[in-house]
Design a protein around this ligand. Sequence first.
Ligand code: SF4
Ligand code: MSK
Length: 631
Amino acid sequence: MAKERSIDRATQEVLKRAEEAHLRTAWERYELQQPQCGFGQLGICCRICNMGPCRIDPFGKGPSEGVCGADADTIAARNLARMIAAGAAAHSDHGRDVAHALLLAASAESDYQVKDPAKLREVARAYGIGLDGASDREIAKALAERALADFGQQEGELELALRAPKKRVERWRELGILPRGIDREVVEIMHRTTMGVDTDYRNIIQQGLCCALADGWGGSMIATELQDILFGTPEPLRAKVNLGVLEEDKVNIVVHGHEPTLSEMVVAAARDPELLRLAEQKGAKGINISGICCTANEILMRHGVPIAGNFLQQELAVMTGAVDLMMVDVQCIMPALSDLVKHFHTKLVTTSPKAKFPGVEHIEFSEEHALEIAKEIVRLGVENFTRRSGKAFIPKETMDLVAGFTAESVFTFLGGTYRATYRPLNDAIIDGRLRGAAGIVGCNNPKITHDWAHVEMAEELIKHDVLVVTTGCSAIADAKHGLLRPEVAFELAGRGLQEICEAVGIPPVLHVGSCVDNSRILMTLTHMVAEGGLGEDIADLPVAGAAPEWMSEKAVAIAFYFVASGVFTVLGFPFPIYGSKKLNKLLTEELEGMVGGKFAFESDPIKAAHLMIEHIEKKRAALKLKEVMYA
Ligand code: SF4
Ligand code: MSK
């Protein structure tokens, strides 16, 4: 059973223990949900107004419209657009909080400081902020204010979206999907999809594309860029991953969620001499911070802090009995944790005013008192160490990894320290040493064997000389299976990719960060176009994207902004749209003529990888590139 659930050994071991202890996990709860609602899966139920809930009969025997007359196309498009709005809102609200932290960093008293002044200046330049003679603090203030204004901007064009290749920007303008302001595009979806407004499924999806762009080139990009400014732009580094990073004899504090504003401070607090002394007094050999999900990716990328696991491992970390405190902020936190911790000594602490759990201790985070609050949380974890009862069950599995790649460091790495350029990457694709590049991102989902689709797909692509970049829980899956080690290129990559990995010293799968850091992939694609030789638009590049185990609304927003940016994107599960043939056709065929990208749905990761390879070949042929060297 455990093997069908996950390909990860540590996960299998803890799942076995959970079964013996009659503890439920997401996998059991998923089984208890069977059969899941067919109308929901097809996207043809609507409860937008109180004349409903309404549902459309997919077999054409029952009702073909809701009480108001909305048909399957309208209902499915509205539901999907609302998923995009929710995903964009989540990423963008994260970006807003980071912008607020940057504003605080402009004052001398703040716990936050500008750590990357070069990036501060680069992003300020993108906003057209005058830099002459200005101090870091002055620029930080001006930039934070401009970024914050992007959320409420009512007219005009989002400044960061104009970083995209010229042809792409023109296409967005022609289609009327260049975002005006971040919040505005989210709100407009909510308005258009309320009862009795937009009925045209094409028009609804058009706004969905616009809102998704406001996420990728707006909210998410603001989050990534400003985090780099505040916490430092990541550099390649070595670290470890999987539940085996928990340490029996140390205080284990696990941070889980998405925003690094607090977890950065927790990393600093764990080095506090007073807290380290306290840990010693309690009988611990130190304080061990590790992470789950994207907040883990954030502190891994910048500090090499180990990752305990990805999305489906959050409950399993608690089940080891070794976690003294789990601190959560926002997004991807299972409500089940609050009951689960009652079976263990683990203290669960919520920190965001946006995410409280009934009965769970809440220590509210504020950027104004960041370090003080982080110390309070770490202290609580240290004090809880003595409450551990019995021996912890920590699986031995850990894996080495190299992470910390960015649009900038790929640039430097591939170009060599003295020649920071994308030229070698583009040339490798042009010469056929590399077939192309692919982004594999997104979550885990108990509907599919945990980590399996991520790993299979990545292995198949690198075998065919496709360089893979990865983020989020996909990156953690690949890391656990050793794909983020440079040496894996010799075992699994095609000969062309092997030669590049050897020459440059990089793994064939590059970890570029958290979910908001998918914006790094947008910038990487932009740099590739700017370097020349691979067309004039992102849609011309021999690249593709995938989210083989997606579950979150945020993944829907991400998939849409990649497609809207011109990238062919394969999802492991279809969107809930199969109740509308027209909507399916629009997304999987017709979008390509509009935005240059389109969707495919394929649950077999090997077949999905070959859809991506076929697309890459199609683009190579259009660019009249040579045959790949080692086909
Ligand atoms: Fe039913 Fe129309 Fe109301 Fe939806 S908006 S619940 S389809 S009446
Ligand atoms: S954490 S959004 S489960 S990737 Fe970003 Fe993982 Fe998906 Fe959450």
